[in-house]
Design a protein around this ligand. Structure first.
Ligand SMILES: Cc1ncc(COP(=O)(O)O)c(C=O)c1O
Length: 460
């Protein structure tokens, strides 16, 4: 494999790494862009336009520096514009821009699959590439259905999600997801879906450091659904090990193992959605390893390419994949895939990302910093309206009492205030979420916490 890099490409990559890109036109017409998950009328009145990024920081179009406390959107785990990744993408774009992924392939796809499998729990050795977390979820759900059918249990068609779950925005994902705002508008969704209870329990677990003590028994809710529907109709259960998008809900001690045990008892596949927890967020490569519970299928995306090129993946236990490998060899075994599955640019970006994580020890850095982050965020206890603080690895959630009659407003104002003061946090409902890049320094954690403290006080 020719890995030599053309000097012109090097220069282009260096330039983008050093941000010599021309600024975009200020005042460009904003009418045409229909923005995703954005309060767009508010945004277009007071836009927050970012123009470049490096390491822990963004700069907006006015040149103002903003500390990134959320890894872009839970994805830029190694920090922004890492030269190795930039160069790998530039090189690959010139070497081979596209390779058809159906009945054809390129070597880096195999190399990347092996590298990803090597990071996954023992026995999860098969990797299917997608382009996003949402596509990974759809792929995992379809794999579960097809797996049961392939082994002669085609009655197992029911999918179980969890209240307050987020599994992306496609129809399968919102069906098993448990966020009412993402579901209520879109009709009846998939049939044959049910949900277990969420694990959020302020009464018993508020201000827990790390895993809450109470709530393992909430996994038994799955037994209730087995009793209701019968195990022979249930294909899979999907949960996020840590529910991120509904406000950083850390699994109670023993909860995930109990889910695993119930699934084993009833022949139900367990799917972990590791789209945000994958690639180092909890102090190991995957939350499955952190919590010592191995699922049957695992979704990931985001940190796989450090957010640089869209890519996701489903990691499967070997025997699930092998179940498909029957019938005549000229026939396609799994009728599923995307035009951009294992896209060469994404593979190049992911390989360079994994090199960066490895060289810099980033996949375990959250374990080193988690006590420091915990100390910082838990010092916010007692600030106005703070009703809970949760943390693990390099992720934290600070829950606020909402303004009566105006849910989400208090947290949104805090988000705007922090951005104004040069720190980008994220909010969901009335919860502030922090998930800084894994290269974050202790002083930067201090700065994030103190900026947040001031904003919380001002929002009182
Ligand atoms: C747990 C989980 N699953 C799926 C998704 C969807 O990923 P994407 O936005 O890449 O489709 C997300 C996104 O935040 C997520 O947090």
């Amino acid at each position: 494999m020719n890995k030599a890099i053309d000097p012109q490409l090097m220069q282009a990559a260096e330039q983008s790494a050093h941000h010599l890109v021309a600024p975009s036109q200020p005042g460009a017409d904003m009418a045409a862009f229909w923005m995703p998950f954005t309060a767009s009328r508010q945004f277009k009145k007071a836009p927050r336009l970012l123009q470049r990024a490096q390491g822990m920081h963004y700069w907006d179009v006015d040149g103002r520096q903003v500390l990134d406390a959320v890894s872009g959107l839970w994805c830029v785990n190694a920090g922004h514009a890492r030269p190795r990744i930039v160069q790998a993408i530039a090189h690959q774009a010139a070497q081979m821009d596209f390779c058809p992924p159906f009945q054809m392939a390129h070597p880096q796809a195999f190399e990347l699959a092996s590298r990803v499998a090597a990071l996954a729990p023992e026995g999860m050795g098969k990797v299917f590439f997608t382009n996003s977390g949402s596509e990974s979820v759809e792929t995992a759900l379809k794999m579960a259905l097809a797996y049961h059918r392939a082994r002669g249990e085609g009655t197992r068609t029911r999918l179980i999600g969890r209240e307050r779950g987020y599994h992306g925005v496609n129809f399968g994902g919102i069906s098993v997801g448990g966020m009412v705002g993402n579901r209520k508008t879109f009709g009846p969704l998939l049939v044959g879906v049910d949900h277990i209870r969420h694990t959020h329990d302020l009464a018993r677990n508020a201000f827990s450091v790390g895993q809450p003590v109470h709530g393992a028994e909430l996994a038994d809710d799955l037994e209730r659904l087995v009793a209701l529907h019968d195990a022979s109709t249930i294909a899979a259960v999907i949960v996020e090990p840590i529910a991120g998008s509904t406000g950083v809900l850390i699994p109670p001690q023993g909860y995930l193992q109990r889910l695993r045990d119930i699934c084993d008892r009833h022949g139900i596949l367990l799917i972990f959605d590791e789209v945000i927890t994958g690639f180092g967020r909890t102090g190991t490569p995957f939350a499955a390893l952190t919590y010592g519970v191995t699922p049957d299928l695992m979704t990931c995306a985001k940190g796989l390419t450090n957010g640089s090129v869209p890519m996701g993946a489903v990691i499967a236990r070997d025997h699930i994949h092998d179940t498909f490998m029957t019938g005549p060899e000229h026939l396609i075994e799994f009728a599923h895939g995307y035009t951009y599955s294992a896209h060469p640019l994404a593979c190049a970006a992911a390989l360079a990302t994994l090199d960066t994580y490895e060289e810099e020890g980033l996949l375990t850095r959250a374990a080193e910093l988690q006590d420091y982050l915990a100390q910082g965020v838990h010092s916010l206890k007692g600030e106005p309206h703070v009703i809970d603080i949760r943390n693990t690895g390099l992720v934290a959630g600070i829950e606020l009492a909402g303004v009566p009659g105006e849910p989400t407003k208090r947290a949104f104002n805090i988000f705007l205030d922090c951005f104004e003061k040069g720190v980008m946090v994220r909010t969901t409902g009335d919860i502030v979420a922090l998930s800084p890049p894994l290269i974050v320094q202790r002083e930067q954690i201090d700065h994030i916490v103190e900026t947040l403290r001031s904003a919380i006080r001002r929002a009182a």
